[in-house]
Design a protein. Sequence first.
Lengths: 378, 286, 280
Amino acid sequence: MKYLLLSVLFPVFFLGLVHADSVKIGFNVPLTGFAAADGKSALNGAKLAVKQANQAGGINGKMIELVVYDDQASPKQAVPISNKLIEKDKVVAAISGSYSGATRAAAGVFQSAEIPYISAYAVHPEITKAGNYVFRTSFMGEVQGRAGAKLIGATLQRKRVVLITLKNDFGKSLAAGFKEAAGQFNLQIVNEYEYSIKDRQFGPIVAKVKADAPEAIYATGYFFTAGPLVSQLRAAGITVPVIGQEGYDSEQFIKIAGKASEGTIITTSLDRDSNSSETRSFISEFEAMAGHKVDMVAASGHTAMKVLVAAMKKAGTTSPSAIRNAIAQTNLVASTGSISFNDLGEVQKNVQVQVVRDGDFHYHSEIRDQVLLAPPTR
Amino acid sequence: MLFLDLLIQGLLQGSIYGLIAVGLTLVYGLLRILHVAHAGLFTLGGYICVIVTNQTSSFLLAVLTSMILVGLAGMIIYRICYQPILDQPPFVPLIASIGLFIAMEELFRIFFGAYGLSFTELPLQEPLALMQINLKQAEWITIASSVGFVAMLAFLANRTKLGLAWKATVTDPEIASSFGVNIIQVRYLNFFIGSSLAAVSGCMMAVLNNLVEPTMGSVPSYKMLAIIVLGGLGNVRGTLIAAVLLGIIESYGTIYLDDLLDRDSIAFVFLIIALMIRPQGLFQRH
Amino acid sequence: MAYEISLLIVMGISITAGLSLNLITGFCGQISLGHAAFMGIGAYTSALMTKNGFPFFPSLAAGMLLAGIAGFFVGLSSLRVRHDFLAITTMGVGFLFIGLVRQQDALGGEMGISGIPDPGLGKIGFLLLVLGCAALVILFCQFMKRSWLGFSFDVVADDEDTALLMGLNVTQFKLIAFAIGTCLAGLAGGLYAHNVRFIDPESFGFIESITVLSMVVIGGIGSVWGVVIASAVLSVLPLWFQFIEDYKLLVYGLLLFSVMRFSPGGLSAIFSKIFTRSLK
């Protein structure tokens, strides 16, 4: 009876508390427009982390309140939104669940207001260069590109590679990292083709790749471009390994490419077959909450929030500079690996290699190479 | 061999452009509206195709349903959106159309989800070799349907009473109506046919990519405008030729011009050159 | 204040951009679907210059100049093609611009240009600059509208053939309108670049061109105050619409559509209707 009464009263009590004794974290994310799919997934990941933290007693007794604004992945809108988060909502820290353009524009605003800001999955190299209040919990494109080169040259033992590069900051920085490390693993880049994020028909590129007859294909992209691309490559009778990255990391990729997705290898930060209890519990809780399979973006949103919450607990105050210092000293295990930052606010962790088998992502190998995977420093 | 492969791929891409642009040029020919929301109807066609195929596992039924429903949707758009503002300067229906297109894209996202939809069992994937050219069934059907539908359209226009009425209305609505042509009916029919061609195009796109997404109409929405201008606004045959030519040029351009220019801007280089030489479009209106 | 300042800056830049297109479309009847390209030229020029150590104001001026020169050449094409064809040609120019920028590593390519220096005017100073520019552009447009030049523009906008009959040099007016309009677009672009301090090709793409055009059309083509109000409101609408979350863009699309469908003359037509009614 006592519990029943409590559970009836608790929501009312709780509502009263939200304003009185809560701490606000900002979150800018695309929820409408072309990037909405990734935005929703990242937001769900972050919401899960907030829910877990609040159930565990919040931050030193205070409940976390997530303030979410839709930025449509547009740099133009990100600037006023950041100002609003800082000034109107008085957030103590914020996370970007958005793409590079919006994140880069917002990072400058947060830096000049000296509010800690964490980029969950945007890859643009310039983001953390905004200043010492900006961090990134995901791989930089270059780092992951270098891992791709090692995967093809060392793990798979292939030499002749064709690059199919997505023409945006994501694809370009991956390709740059790949090319940088290619020599180190004796890779010969036969050709590089570029495509736009809006392309779904790759007929001409596929025809040319077929004529090039490479031993492996390093194709950058997101699941919605990679799905059609991989299935068109396979339909043309090209059987060599296709190596993708975290942009492929979604069940949608397998859905779109169907049987053609089998054998596709990707570098990512989420190991589906991981034994780590952190990763296991994240995957099961996320899938129960969101109703669809986990993807890289969701895991990244969750990781960024988890890092921030841990830092805020450690800081013990809501002073932004204390939180910043606590983030900088982060050392924890999240669903996307163990996180610690270098002086630029970039993370160093191992790259997970996953392969599509029987319609699901599974463990293929892991790339542990402290030197190769070292992000740039300040 | 590569040369031929690229040609075929260009032809394939051109056929998709053609189907959607021909529908648009029909609308333009009759009403002088730059009907951007046509690309929204193309997307709608793709969605209906995937949904009906997944429910009934009959692709043919899905295409027919899609053509009819999208055709009707086109008529409704004409009635509700364009008819009341036909006498306004051209940018009024243009902006209205863009607004409608944005709204349609968002409706697809809200109703069917941001991830888009795929077939549970992808139809027409068997390889089929004709004249030593190896393509999937779906690709053959795409090429055949664009040629077939345009031929049918030409037959309709030139050999039937209905076609005559349509041509008369395009040339001079007032004279046509004084000869007893029901202009209103011609306009509805025009929207029906144009929109169902967009639906066919959407269906083929869905099968080729195994994916329909809320934003799949965004590239066609502007590229088809370039095509209908190159084809001579309102000229069906010219539009098909322009579409196929563009498909082929893009196909080679993707491989050989890419360091210089983005594939999507190739169309516009040709457009600008063509318009500077021939301000009335590559092909005269008939 | 910072939030209000950032909103006012966004509004001020949009007003400059909207009015710059209004000079071309409204006063001279030339539809442009690629106006963002000229903002892009202004933005890229000024950003590259300030990044390389040039002072802010000369860089801004250089951006305006280059955009105006580019506009002049596009204006030349408007002498050759008309109406719908011109609309599509300008759209082509827009795509060509981002297509070229995308492939040029010197211009930042896909990665865009980040770390654009702060103009060093402070938040309030920059706001005053933006609002000052917008105010000057408003005054200029009012002046143009009332002056003889503006009258001639109107005739060209209404009917080129009549204008020719009246002995007006249509060619000259079109070129002037294009050059001034695109030059002011370059100004808007330069201000944008130093406000957001990150630019990439997509920021000046087709969607941006359409956004600017809808400001003009919704405000009422040719009406200075209509365009000012529409630019100010439309630019911050997505931010005000946060509370309707998922339906934000849907409402925006339907709004564009509804204004055109029910009041093709835009806001200025609605206002004048209300005004005449209240007089009666």
